[in-house]
Each structure stands twice: as C-alpha cells, then as structure tokens.
Design a protein around this ligand. Structure first.
Ligand code: G1P
Length: 297
C-alpha cells in the first residue's frame, strides 16, 4: 500500500546572491510577491496537498523565516483592539501549529541533494515531498496536489515537469522519456544541467518532487555531480538504474522562475493582475506604459 505524503522539505539555505544587495539582510524566501513572501505560496500549496509536517533546511542569516511563521501576540492584540479583523485573519493564516514546522541547518552549501539529505532523520522511512520556493506555480488546482493525485495512481518517485525553450534547457534537470502518456511520462533517465549537445529533451524538472525514502539512502553516498554539487537529480536517476519507477507530471498551471529577476517581476505583475483590488489600476498603468513605448518608437 502506498503511504500518504504528509511531510515536505523546503530547501531554503541558499544565499540568494542573484538578489543582492536585497538578500544581504533579507532571506530571498521572504521577498514578497504583492504582499506575501515567496515561502507563503509554497507553504499554502503544501497544505492544500495534505502536508502536515514542514521541514525547512536553512542556514545562517535565515532568522526572519523562523519569525515569520511564529505567532506575533503584540501585533495580533493591537489589530484586535482596533477591530481590524480581516487583517487579523490574514495574519493568523501565517501561524503554524506547534511542532508542525522543523528547522534543520545545512552547514555546507554542497548542493540541493545535500540540503534534502540534511532532513533524512525527520523524514525517516516515509515518502516525502520537496518544494523549491523559487518555483512559484499559479494553478487552479495546486501543483503539488496534482502530483499527489497522480502519485496515488503510479507510486514510485514523481517530479513536476514542463517543456522549456531549447536554449534554456541546460539550466535544468532534464528527463529522458521512456513512455509519454500525455500528462504523465515514465522516465528512462534524467540528467542535471547537461551541455546543450547532451540534452536528452527539453522536458525539464520543475521544483516539486514526491520521493521515496530510498532517495535519502542514495544521497548517503554523497556523490558529486554537475557543478561539483550533490544533485537531487542524480539520486533520483539512481532509482532508474536500480529498476524502480520515476514519473514526470506535466502539471496544469503557470510557473514563474522567481530565482531570476525577470521571473520575479513577471510573477509580481501576474499575481498583481489576479488581485481584484489591484487589477484595474495596474492594468491601466501597464497599458499606459505600452502606449508610451509605441509612441516612442
Ligand atoms: C534545481 C534542480 C533542477 C531543476 C530546477 C528547477 O536547480 O537541481 O534539476 O530543474 O531546480 O527550478 P537550480 O535552479 O536550483 O539550480
């Protein structure tokens, strides 16, 4: 019988150098899309997919993340006094039950595989999800929930997958497809950030995974991969070599690469336009900008 997926790992130890100087004092995951930090989108998605235990793999300087998920009695009291019940409700949505959230420190930046491995004792012998908060996915049904539903049918390991432009494929983990069943593909092999001439396809791994506990044992070997780092992709590929199943799910939804400035700005505009209270003002402004650009040309 397949075990239910109730634990998720959030690798948040990265230094966020692409967003310096902002990330000098603010963890990247606290940067906001409209009015919610990136990490809130990841947590909400996990909750909706039935996750009950949230494991953060952090590093020095990420204290703001821990505070964010803590209660804030003073602020709550002041909002209650002023009768600002809607704000109070929004604030409460960020509180986590005691014991639902755990923080593990990754002491060396040895790669995504190593970050996930740091959580091995908390995961123990259960399947688990991994969410990379940089990949923000706007979807009617949250991406991880789509994956949990597909995993209930397939078992094995599952990664979120999406076709990316050929010229960008080398920035991703890529799938070599065994059988394409439409939204689900079964995987023959996977490679992390190959040279363009070695890319098996342009079907890329996006930052959502459902993994078997065997992955932690594969990561125990601490094998270095692309960029000299311990890669999660390699640990999943080992499952294929051992004859076990790995699937990719072409999820329904729009993915934003919030690890890049352009992606972050696009997400800001898209999430802003999706907010009824902002839509009109923002779209008027965008139209104005486009008009000015046309006139200038
Ligand atoms: C990580 C993974 C890669 C995946 C990507 C998705 O890479 O290692 O396989 O395709 O996330 O965003 P990163 O972007 O952290 O270098």
């Amino acid at each position: 019988m397949k075990r239910k997926v109730t634990k998720a790992i959030f690798p948040v130890a990265g230094m966020g150098t692409r967003f310096l100087p902002a990330t000098k004092s603010v963890p990247k995951e606290i940067m906001t899309l409209v009015d919610r930090p990136l990490i809130q989108y990841a947590i909400d998605e996990a909750r909706e997919a039935g996750i009950k235990e949230f494991i953060f793999v952090t590093s020095r300087g990420k204290g703001a993340l821990e505070d964010y998920f803590d209660v804030s009695p003073q602020l709550e009291q002041s909002l209650r006094k002023k009768g600002k019940m809607d704000l109070l409700a929004q604030l409460k949505a960020t509180n986590m039950d005691s014991g639902a959230i755990a923080y593990i420190r990754q002491h060396d930046a040895l790669g995504l595989g190593h970050a996930v491995w740091c959580a091995r004792r908390l995961v123990a012998n259960e399947p688990f999800a991994v969410i990379l908060p940089d990949d923000v996915i706007a979807a009617e049904k949250p991406c991880l929930q789509q994956m949990v539903e597909a995993y209930e049918e397939t078992g094995g390991c599952m990664v979120a997958a999406m076709e990316v432009p050929q010229e960008k494929a080398s920035a991703y983990g890529l799938l070599d497809v065994k059988e394409d069943m439409g939204s689900i593909v079964s995987v023959k092999d996977m490679v992390e950030k190959p040279e363009p001439e070695d890319a098996p396809s342009n079907l890329a791994v996006i930052g959502r995974y459902i993994l078997t506990p065997q992955i932690m044992r594969n990561l125990n070997r601490k094998k270095e991969g692309a960029g000299g780092e311990i890669q999660l992709t390699d640990a999943i590929a080992e499952e294929l070599k051992a004859g076990r199943d790995v699937f990719g799910l072409r999820f329904r939804g729009q993915r934003f690469d919030c690890g890049s400035k352009a992606g972050f700005l696009q997400a800001t505009v898209a999430f802003g336009l999706a907010r009824p209270e902002l839509r009109e003002e923002l779209s008027e402004y965008l139209e104005e900008l486009l008009h000015m650009k046309k006139v200038a040309q």
